[in-house]
Design a protein around this ligand. Sequence first.
Ligand code: GAL
Length: 809
Amino acid sequence: MKNLISNKICKVTVLISTLFLNFSTVKGQEKISLDEDWKFHFGHAANPDKDFDYSKTALLHKSNVFATTVVNPKFVDTTWKKINIPHDWVVELPFVKSEQVEMDSHGYKPVGGAYPETSIGWYRKHFNVDKSKSNKRFELQFDGIYRNAEIWLNGFYVGTNFSGYVGNAYDVSDYINFDGDNVIVIRVDATQYEGWFYEGAGIYRHAWLNITDKIFIPNDGIFVHSEVKGKNATVTVETTVQNNNLKNANCSVLSYITDRNGKILATTSEQKIALGIRKDITVKQKVNINNAQLWSLENPYLYKVVSVVKFGNQIIHQTKTRFGIKTVKFDGKEGFFLNGKSIKIQGTNNHQDHAGVGSALPDYLQYYRIKLLKEMGSNAYRASHNAPTPELLEACDSLGMLVLDEQRLLNSSPEYIDQFKRLLKRDRNHASVFLWSIGNEEQNIQGNEYGKRIAQTLLAIQEDLDPTRTSTYAADMANDFKGVNEVIPIRGFNYREYAVADYHRDHPNQPLLGTEMGSTVTTRGIYEKDAIRAYVPDQDITHPWWASKAETWWKLAAENKFWLGGFVWTGFDYRGEPTPYKWPNISSHFGILDVCGFPKNIYYYYKSWWTNEDILHISPHWNWPEKVGQPIDVWVNSNADEVELFLNGKSLGKKTMERNSHLQWNVNYEVGTLEAIGYKKGKKLTSKVETTGTPYKVVLSPDKTILTADGKDATVINISITDEKGREVPVADNMVKFYLSGDAKIIGVGNGDPSSHEPDQCADGAWQRSAFNGKCQVILQAGKSSGTIQFEAKANGLQSATLNLKLIQ
Ligand code: GAL
């Protein structure tokens, strides 16, 4: 049974600095990465002979399966493929044209029940544990495996994680072998889908071995939240301590708060607790922080809480948790407030895949992607439609991006309640998380009693585990007050922006959020519909029947106070859901940025109205030799007051920019320069597009050139094909080959072409990718030895480019 012990607010004492010194190390407590040196082999969903006899041998018959099965530690896996995780086996598979249901939405990759030979993956990993740790507690933690993962350790069944998105952790203390090899074996079954978009498959997030004392703070056993009063904040730390020893234990708990530099600001008193055998207790303690620095979009200030469990004078477990102090208010009439400041939600929806790597992103890429969205002026990220990886939340905490954190399914079975609880407990300390979502577009139940009841159950769970936040639900319903909408605190609209005002009139106190908005489909650098190659113009023109253009929804959201704001469908292109065309189109074009993160023209629409930066952007490019004398539809995205356009120095007229809009000119094409001059409060802005020469050289733009030599750090290298004068050739499609020397590897390539069937992973080590409309991308990962890496990109007939990168310890 759980006890809740409250504690008085305690003052900082002089003792603190002494405590700090003593608390800096806790021997025997470790979080060991299990990312390296795995073995991988495909199984088979329909033939046990090719599935390591999975359904022929009795793997659950007895504990510790000694037969020579695949889960036995002695099984010989030397011929299996050596891999590191994160690993997504789907990204390596070829594209397959098929009418099979779910194939298009999952990106035409051969996974699912119709492809039994590529839908089961077996993983094995060997590790050793020192005998000196035999009195410790051991836990295996998997942050995300897609999906239905059955896990064994040393022949003992450990657990099954049904979810492809919320991770889990398993106490394996009883199964550890201190005299030799320990072997984790995992069978991953991706024959069933959880979403209707590319999901990848495999152990695509990190794995850990956690070693603690047998009296310990469980994973997610800390809940830190705060209340702001004037300049000060009261921070509540709830610490759960568990006793897995075979005798009762008396110990004590305390927490202290540090600023971002590690300086102790406040500490709780030490609370004594008496723990029964295999029992846990949650201790609730409060501290005051004077002059609290609030977490905001501009200054995402993070504190740390260090929670300490002591046995006598000895520290036996200590955890560090980052958190932020902020206030959030949703108001039906006035909109959204962060720390008392009115803010419009300028959000994007996103799935979790990126060019080259599928769903197995190095942590660095999470930061890269959030940085790109933030530069555009976005302030919120909806993790549609599933639990994101913890590193995405870390990136949002650190960079100042709000997160709408979403449960995969609107379902209240024990399995999905457990998934929701795991999600809430895992993510409730993240400063960036400002709102939960209990589900998305459940057309069969959202408007009826089933949906309402399930929503009420999930809302009660959310309020219990995180009373500091509230929830929304992404409904594809218009002005309908029934089912989930009757009980949901924040009404979410997927599309149907035209109905928001009516809904507000009828329900003025229920705050309204555009959970999916806009959804213009655009192919970067393309200006005509092309049904053969399945491309759509790169302007705010084409949208599916259920959606709208950027300008349609954003004008409404920006100009009506009662809108909290909204989330565009989507920030980045993602694999799967090709729309409006199917094959050869294998990925979506909904993104404001393509799958590599290269901006499309609509990026400048949002950036004009989502930032205070001066924006003046002309599209299309000016390379139309076959269109001399013909009219070209020219768009200017800008936040200037007026813009004048010039073709080869001749004015084509000045126009006034309407707020949250764009300008258009019809221009008869001539080779040369199209220039825009913007006037913004007396300031002059200029921008131009020019007819370029032919491809001449390869140009490299790395995101960074100094990497940590930890085998995990990575960088994006963007590649442009330019003419002799260094101007990117907007139609260039040259094949570029990549060469590398030094301790690093390429882990993926991409070009943002939603119809490209070139491999993202070049298995034979001969890495290459063609440019798509002037650009392609390489993702490079550091090795472990410091030194220099030389990266070279070559294209036939073009000047090649070389880049030196540094790996440092
Ligand atoms: C929505 C759905 C999204 C995505 C989108 C495509 O209805 O919630 O997941 O499928 O449509 O337009």
